[in-house]
Design a protein around this ligand. Structure first.
Ligand SMILES: *Cc1c(COP(=O)(O)O)cnc(C)c1O
Length: 395
């Protein structure tokens, strides 16, 4: 077992959590197995009693998935983790495993659409109340607290408007009220933000995004303290089975090996594009957490180590000009995915955020001209040329 808390992140991404078989393979082995054999009936009994360490069934644990969970724990600074079949399975499990009827959840309004559905539609079916607040406003979080509040949930930066939530302030508030804070850290990636260092109790990812980074597998992960995982998540997970497939875990282990160079390169290109379009006359506004023009630039400096691989901007002329711009792009492709090696662009108002009411979209600042760009690994000069030519077409 390779394990060193002293490694720097890029080294942990490559070596942490590796457990080699008797063959001493260089690349992590893919244990594509559902179950495990026991040498005797006594050995099976001991394994089930927990008297002997070892795997029992891949719904609860698998050596390849275990390597992925351990590597993620070391990167995140978490004690324990459970990998899930998708990012949404991680969101659903992280909330559902710990709430009961009569509890109250507070979440920031600017959430990934399906996360919002879980809080707003699914949880109330089980008698769990909710409040949605403006995540930027700590007083709104304070005002929403009730005696039965048990969970706070947020995303920062948010999708698609790249607003930030002050994670430390919300974590302190949650703890003062005996609640826990769950942070969806997808947009920041583990390289740019460590929510646990800021006080978050639980961090989750859709590993579908930057951790895969090449558009292949769906996955997710929930990280927390050993105590929280044992008390809340372990049994829930065992009995409801949202587990990650070993094949996908193997793919994500490979993704982690290159996460640092990919995210750093994508962030550098995103920063260059942000500089380029910040003052372009075809653009109303540009939102990038690493840019001095970001309304929360000071908070970005305080809680993030880097900008983002994502940027949002508003093309003048509403939906018509936004579509004209998107359709004129030649290198950047149209897709609602993100964190990919390929640069991907989307028009949130008509795709990812189309199910929100006009009022909710206005409130979140998702205008008809708003475009979200996930910057990929292409040469930044090609991306910049593509954006410049498409802006001139859309003018
Ligand atoms: C994509 C995404 C999810 C959902 O993840 P899936 O892997 O698609 O299920 C949740 N939160 C955020 C912020 C995301 O971007």
């Amino acid at each position: 077992m390779s394990s060193s808390k002293n490694w720097r992140p890029a080294t942990k991404l490559i070596h942490s959590g590796t457990s080699r078989s008797q063959h001493g393979e260089t690349s992590e082995a893919l244990f594509l197995t559902q179950g495990y054999l026991y040498d005797s009936a006594e050995a099976a009994e001991a394994r089930f009693n927990g008297d002997e360490a070892g795997f029992i069934y891949s719904r609860y644990g698998n050596p390849t998935v275990d390597m992925f969970e351990k590597r993620m724990c070391e990167i995140e600074g978490a004690e324990a983790a459970r990998a899930t079949a998708s990012g949404m399975a991680a969101v659903a499990a992280s909330i559902a495993c710990q709430v009961k009827a009569g509890d109250h959840v507070i979440a920031a309004k600017a959430l990934f659409g399906s996360c919002r559905w879980i809080v707003e539609t699914l949880m109330p079916q089980y008698g769990v109340e909710f409040s949605l607040v403006d995540g930027k406003d700590i007083n709104a979080w304070k005002a929403a607290v009730k005696p039965n509040t048990t969970v706070f949930f947020l995303e920062s930066p948010t999708n698609p408007t790249l607003e930030l939530v002050d994670i430390k302030a919300v974590a302190d508030l949650a703890h003062e009220n005996g609640a826990v804070l769950i942070v969806d850290n997808v947009f920041a990636t583990p390289l740019h933000q460590s929510p646990m260092e800021l006080g978050a109790d639980i961090v989750m990812y859709s590993t579908t995004k930057h951790i895969d980074g090449q558009g292949r597998c769906l996955g997710g992960i929930i990280l927390g303290s050993e105590e929280w995982v044992n008390e809340h998540l372990h049994e829930y997970f065992r009995h409801t089975g949202p587990s990650m497939s070993p094949f996908n875990a193997w793919n994500f282990l490979k993704g982690l090996e290159t996460l640092s160079i990919r995210v750093n390169q994508q962030t550098a290109s995103a920063g260059m594009i942000a500089d380029l379009i910040a003052d372009n006359t075809c653009i109303n506004k540009m939102i990038y957490p690493g840019h001095e023009s970001h309304p929360q630039a000071e908070l970005a400096q305080r809680q993030m180590r880097g900008g983002s691989t994502m940027l949002a901007f508003e093309v003048k002329g509403g939906k018509e000009k936004a579509f004209k711009f998107i359709n004129a792009l030649e290198t950047i492709q149209i897709s609602n995915n993100l964190g990919d090696a390929k640069s991907l662009i989307t028009h949130p108002a008509t795709t990812t955020h189309k199910n929100l009411s006009d009022e909710d979209r206005d409130e979140l600042g998702i205008s008809d001209g708003m475009i979200r760009l996930s910057v990929g690994l292409e040469d930044s000069a090609d991306l910049i040329e593509d954006i410049e030519q498409a802006l001139s077409v859309a003018q």
